[in-house]
Design a protein around this ligand. Structure first.
Ligand code: FAD
Length: 463
């Protein structure tokens, strides 16, 4: 980097820190506290909290259609807008409201309100980008055309698929998505309102006591730590209300590990044992009888066991939306074939069969990496690779599998988990033990990650 570039970068970092500090002020954390955390953590330089370096925009008339305007769609659109001059970029997104999903765990903890995790999408559609307020129904990759559910057609030169994933509650016998919220039946995955309901139902459950069960499915899921967080949060709420004595806690899984990274698998098991949360490795949730309040778990050997519950937290099976597979764009073999995930090269995020199609966010068929933090990395890789291909070059950037989340271990404490394809930790703050649950990572989660996230949607602070 040349000296003027270094000066510009330093000045940007300073502005970033100031912007974050101002956001902290607005969110109620004192500037002193912020500086304490930032100082301890070396935030500005160490987090990669920096604007992408300025570079000349590439001139083009290419038509780029971005499917989905969630975390990934908005971030990719903003970055492409910055990289390209004259491109006709269109985002297809049906929802007027953008949900900050990483905040749903904090809604379930009673820390955020529903209003604090929702913003209007129109604030984040980049200037100069068209927004089609509809849902994609079909993609024809041969004729390079997308059809919306309203019957409109959009032709593209490049396509970015960023439609997230489908929550498949219906794959569990006896359950429909709209059942979430019925007495005793919760899921922080369903919506911000459902996360609020989970909080309220935990309070009711605490008053009465009984058996609480938390499930995880056998499919890849977004934020794989969230079912564990939901368990710790509920247990912690009962502890602090002095109601823990009348409640039994069970965590159900059919997987060998509670967490893919060995160290955190051990940590979660130890904390579960310490807090008397039983780990039932009896299988995945297969059926629910909502009226009888019974849940059936099916083991990998096919054996089934039905148990009673008073409070059930469901993490549903997840897969890509059906149009990905129908368009012939899904991965066809290997461990991820069942979910119909978008077949991309797991480093470049370019489609394995159609070079003018890219993927970002939860929809892609990568072994790990269904988090908003991952989107920060996708944002630093995928748009640049698309621009490379647009200029008849090979994709030059590589995604390393970066996955991260503050793993909440109780209301007020979290561990900061970061890893990549190697399943080894890649700590941002190497001089502190991020894996040790601390108030500091909780504060980072409550006060800092949200402004980072909403800046990411504008193409800033990519990793
Ligand atoms: C409870 C919970 C806790 C989480 N905690 C964390 C955390 O602590 N840290 C973290 O980094 N991540 C966390 N995540 C994960 C994170 O929210 C997702 O990984 C991230 O939102 C993925 O971005 P995405 O754009 O792929 O999907 P989304 O943000 O879900 O966006 C998908 C978009 O596609 C749109 N769409 C759907 N179908 C269509 C269609 N047919 N046509 C057009 N558009 C369509 C949707 O309306 C949506 O706007 C959490 C998620 C949940 C649910």
């Amino acid at each position: 980097m040349s000296q003027p570039e270094q000066r510009e970068n330093r000045s940007r970092q300073q502005q970033s820190t100031e912007a974050l500090a101002a956001a902290m002020d607005r969110s109620g954390l004192s500037r002193r506290d912020f500086l304490k955390i930032a100082g301890a953590a070396g935030l500005a330089s160490a987090t990669g909290v920096q604007a992408a370096p300025a570079q000349a925009a590439v001139s083009t008339r290419a038509r780029i259609v971005v499917l989905g305007g969630g975390a990934a769609g908005l971030t990719m659109a903003a970055r492409l807008r910055a990289l390209l001059d004259g491109a006709r970029i269109t985002v297809v997104e049906p929802s007027e409201i953008h949900d900050y999903q990483p905040g749903w765990t904090l809604v379930a903890a009673g820390v955020y309100s529903v209003g604090e995790v929702q913003r209007r999408n129109e604030r984040y559609i980049p200037r100069g980008v068209d927004w089609v307020r509809s849902a994609v129904a079909a993609i024809d990759p041969e004729s390079q055309r997308v059809e919306t559910v309203d019957g409109d057609h959009l032709d593209y030169d490049f396509l970015v698929v960023a439609t997230g994933l489908h929550l498949d509650f219906e794959a569990i016998d006896g359950l429909r998505r709209e059942d979430i919220g019925r007495p005793g039946l919760t899921s922080i995955y369903a919506s911000a309102e459902a996360a609020r309901d989970a909080y309220e139902q935990v309070r009711t459950f605490g008053e009465r006591g009984g058996v609480a069960r938390f499930t995880i499915p056998g499919t890849p899921i977004k934020c794989a730590g969230a079912p564990i967080k939901a368990t710790f949060i509920a247990e912690s709420l009962l502890q602090s209300a002095g109601q823990r004595g009348d409640a039994e806690f069970h965590y159900h899984t059919g997987a060998d590990r509670l967490f893919s990274v060995a160290r955190f698998d051990t940590m979660v098991r130890d904390l579960y044992a310490e807090r008397d949360i039983a780990v039932n490795e009896d299988g995945f949730l297969a059926a629910v009888d909502i009226d009888a309040r019974q849940a059936t778990f099916r083991g990998t050997n096919g054996n089934e066991e039905t148990v009673d519950y008073d409070y059930l937290h469901v993490t549903p099976p997840m897969r890509a939306h059906g149009f990905v597979r129908e368009a012939g764009l899904a991965v066809e073999d290997g461990a991820l074939a069942d979910g119909g995930w978008l077949a991309v090269d797991d480093r470049t995020l370019q489609h394995t069969r159609y070079p003018n199609i890219f993927g970002a966010g939860d929809v892609v068929a990568t072994a790990i990496g269904k988090t908003a933090s991952t989107v920060r990395s996708h944002g630093a890789v995928m748009p640049d690779n698309l621009v490379d291909v647009l200029q008849d070059r090979e994709p030059s950037r590589e995604f390393d599998g970066y996955t991260s989340c503050p793993l909440i271990t109780e209301v007020g404490k979290a561990a900061l988990v970061e890893f990549d394809y190697s399943l080894q930790e890649v700590p941002t703050f190497g001089f502190i033990d991020q894996g040790e649950p601390s108030w500091m990572w909780w504060r980072l989660k409550v006060h800092m990650i949200k402004p980072l996230y909403f800046n990411m949607l504008r193409g800033r602070y990519l990793r």
